[in-house]
Design a protein around this ligand. Sequence first.
Ligand code: F6R
Length: 249
Amino acid sequence: MMPYTVYESPEELARDFAACVAAVFRDKPNGVLGTATGSSPLEVYRVLGRLVEIGAVSLKNVRTFQLDEYVGLPVGHEQSYRTFIEENLVALTDLNSANVAVPNPHLVGDPGIATLDDAAAAYDLDIKAAGGVDFQILGIGSDGHIAFNEPGTPLDSRTHVADLAPQTIADNARFFGGDQSQVPTQCITQGLGTIMEARAIGLIAMGENKAQAVYDMIHGPVSPDCPASVLQNHPDVRVYLDAGAAKLL
Ligand code: F6R
């Protein structure tokens, strides 16, 4: 069964999670970190910042690959995932912006990148060329999505262009002034097969609205109906939960 731990506070969860990330990059200072956006990893990024500050780890030579990015937001938009990673991780650590990769819909038109599909395929190749992800940070959607792999996504999918599910648009409207019509409807996302190639994975889920997805991920059949269930097949994954998210376990 997928190993999981239930924490009493988000701070305690983040401390444990960040300590695990720091250990990976103390051992491999030029390794590759897989980043996630959303609310789940925010406290982890803050703790990582403190660990860098006290010299417990350095991310100076670490490269990062973000899981996903919206399509259709202008460069520099405050809700773009590039901006999120700059503000919530780069600004708090010694990570070098030049080492931070985020799927980039704006590459379309560059030599060899005629379409969004080309941009997605190039991103998948970039991850491979960097040697693959050493540690991947994940959150989970209330519908069981990881990255933007919504229910129905093939378990062996690669980085691709996808439509956001109505549930995800509703969930994310809080970042767009509560207005669902402002949430982009498309994204570029790492595929489930891409994510599964990370050497180690830590997934964070907090809040009762994640309880069913967490239950299905851990105890349900491995099925595209709950994309996160594919993680049952990963040899090195750990799940970090609060009491709400663990409610049905
Ligand atoms: C973020 C991502 C998403 C989120 C998920 C949970 O890059 O890929 O899958 O991890 O939607 O979001 P939060 O943490 O805001 O509940």
